[in-house]
Design a protein around this ligand. Structure first.
Ligand code: SF4
Length: 449
C-alpha cells in the first residue's frame, strides 16, 4: 500500500493534490485466473448455453478501425482500408446470428447496447444502418434499451447520423477531447475548433430523441488550466449536448504520446497537482452550469442522458462481446475476443465464437463490483453491502477508513455509510483498489479463499 495514503497521514496537508504519490487511472479490480487457451472456447460454450437471470444486461460491439491514430490512444488497432466496411459488417452480422439463440443471450431483456472501438463511424452509413438493424432484429432488446454509437467528429455528419438513427441508435458518444485547435490537432485529432462546434450544432439541432454526449480530456500537453476552463465553458455555453465525460489523461507506456514526450517533441502532460486542479475546475463549472453528476467523470444535462452501459459495466453486468477485439463478461468470467482481423474472420466463417482469452473472476467479484459502483457515485453503504454478502465490512475496513477520514478523503456517518470528500472523489480509484486489496488480504488471512 502507498505509504502516504495508508500510513503517514499526519503529513498530508493537501489531500486533493498529495494524498497518494501515484494515481491509479484504470478501473479498480480484483484480478482473476486466466484460463488455459484450450479451455477458452469450451468454457464459453458451456456458459453461453446457461440462462442468465441478471437484471443488468448489455451487448458490446467492437469496430476495430480508425481513420488516423491519436497520440494518446491505448485502443487503436488498425487503419480502415477500402473494403473493410462491408466485409467487417457482414462478418459481424454473421457472428451476431450465431450467438443470438444462445440461452444466456435470450433469457432476459438487454437494456444497453454499446458500439465502440476504434471508431464505429469509420464504417459507411449503409453498413452502420445494417448493423444496428441486425442488433434490433436478433436480440431481445428492452423497449427502452439504450443503444450507443461511439463517433469521431471527423467521421461523422448528417448522413451517418441519420443512418444510425434509422437503424435504432438513440445515443451518440463523440470524442472531442479539447476544443482548442492546437491542443487537439497536436494529439492527432483532425478537425479545428470551428468545425467541431459546427458539427455538434448540426447534430444537436437535428436531434429528436437521441442523446448527444461528448468526451473531454484534461491534462493534455500544452493544455493549460485556462485552456481547460475554456474547453468547459465552450461545452456548457456553446453546445447543446446532453452529457459529457471529463477524463483525466492516461499516458500509456507504449503510446505515441509517451514516445513524443520522451523524445522532446512534445511538452510533458500535466502533473498530478495540475490534474487535481483541473478536476476541481471541472466539478465547479459543471455544477454551476446545472449538469447532474452520473459518476465521478460523467455529467448529464438533460433527462435524455442516462449513461446506462457504463454504469452497468462498473457494477459487473453481464455483457455479451461481439466483434474483433471485443471484451465481455458472463457467469463470473471475462471473455476477450480475437484481436487479429484475419483470425477473427476465419473463426466466424467457420462457425466458431472467436473468443481468444478468458479469466475466471474471484468468488467475491460481485461484492467488489458493487463496491466500485457505489464509490463511483461518491457514497457507499458499507453496512447494507456487508449484510448482502455476509461480511462485516465496517470492521474489515475500519483502520483504512479511520486513516482516510483523518486525511480528509472521506466522511464516516454513524450508520455504516461513507461519503467521499472532493479529494476522495479525485482519488476514488485508489481508494476502491485499496479496499479491494484489504478485503482480499482479510479473506486470505481468515482462510476463506
Ligand atoms: S479515434 Fe479513438 S480509438 Fe481511434 S485512435 Fe483516436 S482515440 Fe483511439
Amino acid at each position: 500500500m502507498d505509504k502516504r495514503g495508508g500510513e503517514c497521514l499526519g503529513e498530508v496537508v493537501d489531500p486533493l493534490r498529495c494524498a497518494f504519490d501515484r494515481k491509479i487511472t484504470v478501473h479498480a479490480g480484483a484480478g482473476g485466473q486466466p484460463l488455459p487457451r484450450e479451455e477458452v472456447l469450451p468454457t464459453w460454450e458451456v456458459l453461453s448455453n446457461r440462462p442468465d437471470a441478471s437484471s443488468r444486461r448489455a451487448l458490446y460491439i467492437h469496430v476495430p478501425f480508425c481513420r488516423k491514430q491519436c497520440l494518446y490512444c491505448g485502443f487503436f488497432m488498425r487503419n480502415l482500408h477500402r473494403d473493410d466496411s462491408p466485409c467487417y459488417t457482414g462478418t459481424l452480422i454473421k457472428e451476431m446470428d450465431q450467438v443470438s439463440g444462445l440461452s444466456a443471450v435470450i433469457s432476459h431483456p438487454i437494456h444497453a447496447v454499446y458500439m465502440g472501438g476504434g471508431t464505429p463511424t469509420a464504417l459507411d452509413a449503409g453498413d452502420l444502418k445494417r448493423l444496428l438493424e441486425a442488433v434490433r432484429r436478433l436480440f431481445p432488446l428492452a423497449d427502452d434499451c439504450e443503444i450507443t454509437v461511439e463517433a469521431r467528429a471527423a467521421d461523422f455528419g448528417k448522413e451517418k447520423f441519420q443512418a444510425c438513427v434509422a437503424g435504432g441508435a438513440n445515443r451518440f458518444s463523440i470524442g472531442v477531447q479539447s476544443f482548442n485547435t492546437r491542443v487537439r490537432q497536436q494529439m492527432g485529432r483532425i478537425m479545428n475548433r470551428t468545425d467541431v462546434l459546427k458539427m455538434l450544432t448540426t447534430l444537436t439541432d437535428f436531434v429528436d430523441n437521441s442523446a448527444i454526449v461528448i468526451d473531454l480530456i484534461y491534462g493534455l500537453p500544452d493544455q493549460s488550466i485556462s485552456i481547460w476552463e475554456d474547453d468547459l465553458r465552450t461545452l456548457t455555453e456553446e453546445t447543446g449536448v446532453d452529457g459529457v465525460d471529463l477524463y483525466q489523461l492516461n499516458v500509456f507506456k507504449d503510446s505515441l504520446l509517451n514516445r513524443a514526450v520522451n523524445r522532446g517533441k512534445l511538452p510533458p502532460p500535466a502533473d498530478i497537482s495540475c490534474q487535481a486542479e483541473m478536476f476541481l475546475r471541472g466539478r465547479e463549472i459543471m455544477t454551476a452550469a446545472h449538469f447532474r453528476r452520473l459518476s465521478m467523470s460523467h455529467w448529464g444535462r438533460t433527462s435524455r442522458e442516462r449513461n446506462l452501459y457504463n454504469t452497468f459495466i462498473r457494477y459487473g453486468a453481464t455483457c455479451i462481446p461481439l466483434g474483433c477485439g471485443a471484451g465481455g463478461r458472463l457467469h463470473g468470467h471475462y471473455f476477450f475476443q480475437e484481436r487479429d482481423l484475419k483470425s477473427y474472420y476465419k473463426q466466424v466463417n467457420a462457425g466458431k465464437k472467436p473468443v481468444a482469452m478468458a479469466v475466471r473472476l474471484p468468488a467475491c467479484s460481485p461484492l467488489f463490483r458493487n463496491l466500485v459502483g457505489q464509490m463511483e457515485g461518491g457514497k457507499v453503504n458499507l453496512r447494507a453491502l456487508g449484510q448482502q454478502y455476509d461480511f462485516d465490512l465496517e470492521a474489515i475496513f475500519s483502520p483504512l477508513l479511520e486513516q482516510w477520514e483523518q486525511t480528509g478523503l472521506l466522511k464516516r456517518h454513524g450508520n455504516g455509510r461513507i461519503e467521499l470528500t472532493v479529494a476522495g472523489e479525485f482519488w476514488n480509484v485508489n481508494l476502491a483498489q485499496y479496499l479491494i486489496d484489504c478485503f482480499q488480504q482479510y479473506h486470505q488471512e481468515d482462510g476463506q479463499s
